[in-house]
Write a protein that binds this ligand. Structure first.
Ligand code: FES
Ligand SMILES: [Fe+2]
Length: 345
């Protein structure tokens, strides 16, 4: 399938990389990664330019990588520096090097042309470095699902009432309309449920005695990052949307890495504006989110299995698809732009 290449994808949480080789498949490309002496993570195509042995089967010689078959050795720029048995090194003896960048405890990798990699474009969110927020890193969740379907799910408040009835949703939100709009490459979908009992999540963590106003804002940064703002406030406060930060607010972040057409890794983390110095509160939120994400996984994998079967008519579209429709349009535009650019080159 076609992927957007000019984008910083997540290669992994920073803790996933050390001196030993780590391998990853991203956009159907096999990659070997390791941390070099200066602390940075280097990423190479996992294929020797000689006889195609995965370089991850070789070993390190200091910061250099030596192939495990005939010992061709590559420097940190990907150029071969040694061919055992001869004095000269053929100029074609190099491996593709992918630009990487570390930010917010995540190692990002640029899958497009290296000269186009601009670290200013790496995802940023000021709250991740702000003392008013408690940040907890989750884990890597694997979906046997195309990333587009995972993304659809991450800009879809309507599924919450049905898929997550005990944690993130309740029947009270079933018929509340959603608002969907697009700002450049960000799709924003939201809805408010006013004056209702708190959902399971906020019953457990909010300390509310009566009804609440609760909200969901999904910001899907095409193609692969979702920022989900959800929270609750005592209904007697009657908070307008721009003051929702006065309630209890959580951001769930999802970073999707497409592995291939039917597999996606979703690395998630979350932020909270309550109990910010209490790691146990962060873990409790993680436990609850883990339950909800397992529910999404079951749904998305079943959908993927069905999508691989032939069908005799196109899917029905309904009003709650507005966010996903925007998203698919943005992805199509980005793919078209890359095709035009590739043709021009
Ligand atoms: S396959 Fe790598 S050196 Fe021969
Ligand atoms: Fe969900």
């Amino acid at each position: 399938m076609d992927y957007i290449r000019n984008h910083w994808y997540v290669a992994g949480f920073a803790s996933e990389f050390g001196e030993a080789f780590t391998t990853a498949t991203i956009l159907e490309e096999d990659i070997v990664l390791y941390r070099i002496a200066d602390g940075s993570v280097v990423a190479f195509e996992d294929r020797c330019p000689h006889r195609a042995l995965p370089l991850s089967m070789g070993k390190r010689i200091g910061d250099q990588l030596q192939c495990g078959y005939h010992g061709l050795t590559f420097g940190t720029d990907g150029q071969c520096v040694r061919v055992p048995g001869q004095r000269s090194v053929p100029p074609q003896a190099w491996v593709r090097k992918y630009p990487t960048h570390e930010r917010h405890g995540i190692v990002w990798i640029w899958m497009g042309a290296a000269e186009a990699a601009d670290t200013d474009l790496v995802f940023d969110m000021p709250e991740l470095d702000h003392p008013a927020w408690g940040v907890t890193q989750g884990e890597a969740l694997e979906f046997e699902s195309n990333y587009l379907n995972v993304a659809d799910n991450l800009c879809d408040p309507a599924h919450v009432s049905f898929v997550h009835p005990t944690t993130l949703g309740s029947p009270a939100s079933e018929d509340v309309p959603i608002r969907a709009r697009r700002k450049g490459r960000v799709i924003e979908i939201s809805r408010w449920i006013r004056n209702n009992a708190p959902i399971g999540f906020f019953q457990a963590h909010g300390g509310f005695s009566g009804n609440v106003d609760r909200w969901h804002y999904y910001y899907l940064h095409a193609p692969c990052i979702a920022v989900i703002d959800f929270g609750s406030a005592d209904t007697t406060l009657a908070l307008p949307e721009e003051r929702r930060g006065e309630g209890i607010q959580i951001y769930a972040l999802h970073f999707m890495t497409p592995v291939n057409a039917t597999r996606t890794i979703d690395r998630w983390m979350h932020l909270r504006n309550t109990a910010v110095d209490d790691p146990a509160a962060g873990q409790k939120i993680s436990d609850l989110l883990r339950v909800a994400f397992a529910e999404d996984k079951a749904i998305l994998e079943a959908v993927q299995r069905k999508e691989l079967q032939p069908r005799d008519r196109p899917p029905v579209r309904v009003a709650i698809d507005a966010g996903a429709n925007h998203y698919r349009r943005v992805v199509d535009e980005m793919l078209a732009a890359e095709r035009v650019q590739a043709a021009a080159e």
